[in-house]
Design a protein around this ligand. Structure first.
Ligand SMILES: NC(=O)c1ccc[n+]([C@@H]2O[C@H](COP(=O)([O-])OP(=O)(O)OC[C@H]3O[C@@H](n4cnc5c(N)ncnc54)[C@H](OP(=O)(O)O)[C@@H]3O)[C@@H](O)[C@H]2O)c1
Length: 335
């Protein structure tokens, strides 16, 4: 066999291998796509929300904004607690035009700041008598390096957990039997455990770990709060929207961004509307009137893993958070 023929055969074999590898990747991508589209939950009810007041943090973009659009369409009175008020006002102008619901207010809050949370509640109590649904949805993704708020708290922890913890205590008087609290977590909570000696990552910082731990805190907070509010008839559940194509999916590395935009987002991620379905289901479904202390995904309750089900961690986190707030702010915590 001549060298040319051998070379030709080798090229042919390499092409076949490349073809099979590409076909395998293609099949996996199609399989994943089909699996994701078919297992995606959709809120099945069209229950109206007139006379209901919904307060949501993080309602000015992504998943939160789509939930707000649907709540407005169903006639709710809406209060958006947002950091970027200008962005929120533009978003609600659009929603008001689409839905005809003008009962939407925007209030400013930086949820990572306890002082800002207190100022928000001061403003709200002037006009707020009751909250039917409280959506604790704002959140920040992983960041590269450790940052602190002006009050000295690690920023991801303060945004994703502590601010909402404080908000619930301060809004407690507006919550009545039948009120619902919904906390947004993430599947990231499943892969970590808390280090109670280093809850704010003073030692070696890892942004992804810090984010995942803050999302585990969301689950612990949900469980402890559900217990404490059981006797008052207020339900507390958590929801994991799944992987959603929002600005929250942005990555700090160029390669990460490219991968998420070209592969993850089109194949695997949900749209914001799809990502909002579980939040809408939890806020509206009358089957859930008495369901509390559960984690939902794709509009269905889902089992907590062993770490998320830990018996003592929720109470320990509660006591730690309460102590931090006592040391930082002058407002009392109640429930
Ligand atoms: N996207 C996903 O795949 C995914 C998966 C699991 C869980 N989640 C969770 O879903 C929630 C919403 O995220 P998203 O994906 O919809 O991303 P997003 O569009 O970036 O939304 C994040 C929201 O949180 C608000 N926020 C962030 N920091 C804040 C602060 N300090 N004070 C007040 N508001 C603040 C943002 O407000 P500004 O616009 O004013 O910054 C924005 O409204 C987060 O809790 C996130 O952890 C998302």
């Amino acid at each position: 066999m001549s060298d040319d023929t051998r070379f030709g055969n080798m090229l042919f074999e390499i092409s076949i291998v490349i073809f099979f590898i590409s076909a395998c990747f293609g099949a996996i991508a199609v399989g994943l796509y089909v699996y994701c589209k078919f297992t995606m939950g959709k809120c099945g009810n069209s229950i109206g929300l007139s006379n209901k007041t919904i307060l949501i943090t993080g309602g000015n973009s992504g998943v939160g904004l789509e939930a707000v659009r649907e709540f407005a369409r169903r006639g709710a009175r809406l209060i958006l607690a947002c950091r970027d008020v200008k962005k929120a006002r533009e978003a609600i102008r659009d929603i008001q035009q689409q839905t005809g619901n003008i009962d939407i207010e925007v209030h400013e809050v930086d949820i990572s700041s306890l002082a800002s949370v207190e100022e928000l509640v001061r403003q709200l109590t002037l006009s707020l008598k009751k909250i039917d649904v409280l959506c604790l949805h704002a959140g920040t993704g992983p960041v590269d390096s450790r940052q602190e708020t002006s009050e000295g708290h690690e920023k991801t922890f303060a945004t994703n957990h502590l601010g909402h913890f404080h908000l619930v205590q301060l809004l407690r008087p507006a919550l009545n039997p039948g009120s619902r609290i919904i906390i947004t977590t993430s599947m990231a909570h499943e892969y970590v455990r808390l280090d109670f000696e280093n809850l704010q990552q003073h030692k070696a910082y890892n942004g992804v770990l810090c984010y995942a731990r803050s999302k585990l805190m969301n689950v612990y907070f949900m469980r402890e709060l559900a217990q404490r509010l059981l006797k008052d008839g207020i339900t507390v559940n958590a929801q994991n929207p799944g992987l959603v194509h929002t600005s929250g999916l942005k990555n700090s590395s160029a390669l990460g961004n490219w991968l998420s935009e070209t592969l993850v987002a089109p194949v695997y991620a949900k749209t914001s509307w799809q990502g909002a379905q579980t939040l809408i289901h939890l806020a509206t479904s009358d089957e859930l009137d008495e369901v509390t202390g559960c984690l939902f995904r794709d509009c269905k309750p889902t089992r907590l893993n062993e770490i998320a089900n830990d018996k003592r961690a929720p109470k320990k986190l509660w006591q730690y958070s309460e102590q931090l707030i006592r040391n930082t702010s002058r407002s009392e915590t109640t429930p």
